[in-house]
Structure formats: structure tokens, C-alpha cells
Design a protein around this ligand. Structure first.
Ligand code: XMP
Length: 319
């Protein structure tokens, strides 16, 4: 797409003008927006960019390694892999209220990001993957620019506190344009087409208390479910698909024995912008096959349900 190619060159020029020879830091989440922002910044200012990838222990199976490998090894970006799993899971221990969980994660994320950013010599700019719809949303909700309510990965308020200036090269773009730009920058299409993943990660797919055991089970079940969706060629038809592990054990039978394991819920929705959503009408064959695979392949789960709530009245996530 030559239009996006031209846009890319202009955006790169603008970044160079703004940043000069100063250092830039960026929180890399592995999501499409921050990934495209990082790739664009890298093309514009090369090694003046350092990305911080915060591993809060609430990521999907192999997520941290895959994201870090792609940006560090494949695309040659400077990436700090902040392994803060013990910190996050420690502070979340015993917490079951959804808003409390979100607040803890948001606060720790900012603390951790700040700690790593402070170690980067001479950083003057903070890059964010803010999109045009985020700008509109934040203006209508808070009256101020550049403070997004969407995600703690858009670290609102932090730039001022740290004395950093913002670089937001995607501010004029919609999601589909960001994807086109990502393509132009050489990000693999499997990466660009990924479903959105929330900042608090698996925490909001583990209603109630989070334990390492539940997270481990959830990761495995989610990987099987996504594999099923990909095998059936349905991934790109779906806005978001994931497993939630329920805070309840139920009785089952396996062989001659009784089991007493966790139940889980599969979620899959179609949506245009995440504001409203319909549940995805999987065939009964698909659902049956997926349930069988999860129960056979994931120790700790003995019951699978499918969530057929649309939004509204439900939300996409379980918390
Ligand atoms: P809900 O569950 O509110 O989700 O219908 C709508 C979209 O927003 C994502 N989501 C979040 N993203 N931080 C995020 O970065 C959050 O706290 C959060 N909560 C929900 C959700 O994955 C869906 O795409």
C-alpha cells in the first residue's frame, strides 16, 4: 500500500525532528499498538530507543519469550525483559475483588516501569502507542489530552512525573491503519492480526483469587483452545477468544475414578471496537471436540462450558 508507505516516511521524519539525538523509552506489551509504535520508533531513531517489557506473570503460555525474541533477536531492538512475576503475584495473593486486582497491577506496572526507565541513561522521551480513538476517548472522559483510560500500558500521568516528553506517532491512526503500518514495517502478519490482550492479562480471566496453580492450568487450556480455533481456520473471524478459569471445583469421572477439578469457560466474540460484542456461533462439533481436548490435555480441568453472553449485558472479559 503506497499510501501507508508514504505515511511511514513522513512519520519517521516527524519523530526524528522531535527526538533529535535524545534517548527514548517505550513500554512494550506485545500488543499490536505498542509493537507498531516500537517498530516505527526503531526505524526512526535506531538504538536511541530502549523498550521495557514487563512480565507480570499474567501472560499467556510462552508469551514473554516470544515477544522478547521477536523484538530483540529478529528485529534488533534493545529490549529489557523485566521479570517481576514474584512481585506481582506476591501482591495479588489473597485479593479477589476485581477493581482491587486491577489497581494493584496498574500501580505495580508504573512502579516497575519507572524503576527500569530510571536506569536508562539520559532518557528524555516516552513513546506510547496511543491511537486516534484513544485520543477521542480520553478527551471525552477526562478533558485532557494524552491520558488514556484504556490501558495501564499507556502510562498516563507518568511522563510529567518523570520529566519525560511524550512521543505518540500513532495518534492520527485507526486500528486498521496501524495494522497496515505494522505490515509496512515488516512485522509478521501473524503478529499484526493478533487478538487484543488486556493489560491486566490473565488476572481478569481468573475471577476471584489468583494462584500460580490456576494460572498454570489457565495457560494450558487457553493454548489448546486457541490451537483449536487456528486449526479450524476461525482465528481471523473472531475479535477475541480466551479461556476463563472458574473459582470452583466440580466433580467428574475419569476411568474408574472420581475427579474434583476446576471448571472453565470458553469465550469467543465478534466485535468492531470492543464496545459491543456478540458471542461467536461455534458449531456443536467444534465445541465438543475442544472440550474433549481440554479435559484430556489439561490436568486440573474436568468441566468445560461455553459463554453465550453478548455485550451488553455481559462484558467481554469476566472481570
Ligand atoms: P470488556 O471486558 O470491558 O472489554 O467488555 C472490552 C475490551 O477491553 C479490554 N479490556 C482491557 N484492556 N486493561 C486493558 O488494557 C483493562 O483493564 C481491560 N479490561 C478490558 C478487553 O480485553 C476487551 O478487548
Amino acid at each position: 500500500d503506497w499510501t501507508m508507505e508514504a505515511y511511514k516516511d513522513i512519520a519517521i521524519e516527524k519523530i526524528r525532528e522531535q527526538v533529535g539525538d535524545k534517548q527514548v523509552i517505550c513500554a512494550l506489551s506485545g500488543g499490536v499498538d505498542s509493537s507498531v509504535a516500537a517498530a516505527l520508533l526503531h526505524e526512526a531513531v535506531g538504538d536511541q530507543l530502549t523498550c521495557v517489557f514487563v512480565d507480570h506473570g499474567l501472560l499467556r503460555l510462552n508469551e514473554a519469550d516470544e515477544v522478547v525474541a521477536m523484538f530483540r533477536d529478529h528485529m534488533n531492538l534493545k529490549v529489557i525483559h523485566a521479570d517481576e512475576v514474584d512481585l506481582f503475584l506476591g501482591e495479588l495473593e489473597g485479593q479477589s475483588d476485581p477493581e482491587t486486582k486491577r489497581k494493584i497491577i496498574g500501580r505495580l506496572f508504573i512502579d516497575v516501569f519507572q524503576k527500569y526507565a530510571n536506569e536508562i541513561e539520559g532518557a528524555e522521551f516516552l513513546a506510547q502507542g496511543t491511537l486516534y480513538p484513544d485520543v477521542i476517548e480520553s478527551v471525552s472522559f477526562s478533558g485532557g489530552p494524552s491520558v488514556t483510560i484504556k490501558s495501564h500500558h499507556n502510562v498516563g500521568g507518568l511522563p510529567e512525573k518523570m520529566g519525560l516528553k511524550l512521543v505518540e506517532p500513532l495518534r492520527e491512526l485507526f486500528k486498521d491503519e496501524v495494522r497496515a503500518l505494522g505490515h509496512e514495517l515488516g512485522l509478521p502478519s501473524s503478529f499484526i492480526g493478533r487478538h487484543p490482550f488486556p493489560g491486566p492479562g490473565l488476572a481478569i480471566r481468573c475471577p476471584g483469587e489468583i494462584t500460580r496453580e490456576k494460572l498454570e492450568i489457565l495457560r494450558k487450556a487457553d493454548a489448546v483452545y486457541i490451537d483449536q480455533i487456528r486449526r479450524h481456520g476461525l482465528y481471523d473471524e473472531i475479535w477475541q477468544a480466551f479461556v476463563a478459569i472458574l473459582p470452583v471445583r466440580t466433580v467428574g469421572v475419569m476411568g474408574d475414578g472420581r475427579t474434583y477439578d476446576f471448571a472453565c469457560a470458553l469465550r469467543a466474540v465478534t466485535s468492531v471496537d470492543g464496545m459491543t460484542a456478540d458471542y461467536y456461533p461455534f458449531s456443536h462439533e467444534f465445541l465438543g471436540e475442544t472440550a474433549t481436548r481440554i479435559i484430556n490435555e489439561v490436568p486440573g480441568i474436568n468441566r468445560v462450558t461455553y459463554d453465550i453472553t453478548s455485550k451488553p449485558p455481559g462484558t467481554i472479559e469476566w472481570e
